[in-house]
Design a protein. Structure first.
Length: 173
């Protein structure tokens, strides 16, 4: 199984067939499904303006990878810093992480239960807003940290469709 960077290189590689490049992009979304797989895929299709006939605009795959990579590059340093800090804390005998750091142990997924309703901003901007909201403690306030619309915390935002609580809040009934 290949890594995200390898599959991203394959999606951008003009020497590969269109089908191979598209499958590589789908694997990238599988490895970093920011809004959930289907909503992330729909976001990339609209953001990068991927046409139905990919041969008409092969650069759209490169734009889609850049969009996904930008968000991922904001998230990875945070998790690396947290992992390094936790190693030091564990070596010092503190086995429990602080409650304010709990969000760093999750896989970052701003689940959109309705793939048609998702943020219109770039994924990197959305990740930056969510990270800032977690760091200042405003993430579970009355307003959506992604778009600013008012909403109950336990529901998906009516403006952008994001559920900060993630997929666990949307179990099958």
């Amino acid at each position: 199984m290949s890594s995200f960077p390898e599959r991203a290189r394959q999606a951008e590689n003009p020497e590969l067939s269109v089908r191979q490049r598209l499958l590589a992009l789908k694997d990238c979304v599988t490895r970093f499904p920011l809004y959930g797989h289907q909503a992330s895929w729909q976001h990339l299709i609209s953001w990068a303006r991927i046409p139905l006939r990919l041969e008409d605009d092969l650069d759209s795959l490169t734009r889609a990878v850049a969009e996904l990579r930008g968000a991922r590059e904001l998230w990875l340093p945070l998790t690396a810093e947290f992992a390094a800090r936790r190693r030091v804390e564990k070596a010092a005998g503190r086995r429990q992480h602080l409650k304010r750091d709990r969000w760093l142990t999750w896989r970052l997924e701003l689940y959109c239960p309705n793939p048609a309703l998702r943020p219109v901003d770039s994924m990197a901007r959305v990740v930056a807003r969510v990270v800032a909201a977690h760091q200042d403690g405003s993430v579970f306030g009355r307003d959506c940290v992604v778009c600013g619309a008012g909403r109950p915390v336990e529901q998906a935002c009516p403006g952008c469709g994001v559920s900060i609580l993630g997929r666990s809040a949307w179990r099958w009934r």
